[in-house]
Design a protein around this ligand. Structure first.
Ligand code: CA
Length: 223
């Protein structure tokens, strides 16, 4: 009986856990420029929190509150720019391991920006699946610190996410014609729960229960 209770309690815990949203911020551990060149700050400044006016701890800090209240500096050395007079570019961000993600925050560089962009994801870094297309971030006021845009999507498990930009810069261009990104970060999605299987012990526990009941019955008959 206690076996059955334990099994049932375990499945109840599993059900309860699915109701709790985990919305921590996840930072990328790597980024490469696939196309469009690089000028301004090194591309790593798009993921290492350079230029943000507050810092987060990946896997710990709450995404929503951090992103809503954190701005990025307009100082160019804290931002990645593609080559001058290049109107497209592509960055691939590496989360370091496959993770369930349901949003991306983009601090869209305020002077040039990302124009429009598509997102695609990959588990292995070679085969990519389209996630969202035709996105654009806020066209911020040039030479002013700027806030993040948040792009949400159904929870998707991936290690790599590719940002393919075109139509750079944004209409409200400052002084530099290229694609540019201030910073990106991601939101941990709820793990997509597989249907909760019956604990393997349960059928065994039930048969044990019937056996126990049968034993009681036999005892009663004897007395
Ligand atoms: Ca930055």
């Amino acid at each position: 009986m206690s076996y059955l209770k334990t099994a049932l309690a375990a499945s109840a815990v599993a059900i309860a856990t699915t109701g709790m949203a985990s919305a921590t911020i996840i930072g990328a551990t790597g980024v490469v420029v696939d196309a469009g060149g690089s000028s301004g700050g090194p591309v790593a400044v798009t993921i290492d929190q350079t230029g943000l006016n507050a810092n987060y701890i990946s896997g710990t800090t709450d995404f929503d509150s951090f992103v809503a209240t954190t701005t990025h500096s307009f100082i160019a050395s804290t931002e990645w720019f593609g080559d001058f007079q290049t109107n497209s570019g592509q960055l691939t961000f590496d989360l370091g391991s496959a993770q369930a993600i349901d949003a991306m925050a983009l601090w869209n560089e305020e002077s040039s920006g990302a124009g429009t962009f598509d997102l695609s994801t990959s588990l292995d870094g070679s085969s990519y699946t389209s996630l969202l297309t035709g996105l654009s971030g806020t066209d911020h006021t040039t030479l002013t610190d700027y806030a993040a845009d948040v792009f949400t999507f159904a929870t998707t498990t991936f290690r790599y996410i590719r940002m393919t930009m075109s139509g750079c810069p944004q209409p409200g261009i400052g002084s530099y014609e290229s694609c540019a990104v201030g910073e990106v970060a991601f939101r941990a999605g709820e793990d997509v729960m597989a249907p909760i299987p019956l604990p393997g012990a349960l059928p065994l526990a039930l048969s044990g229960l019937f056996a126990f009941g049968g034993l009681q019955l036999r005892k009663r008959r004897k007395s």
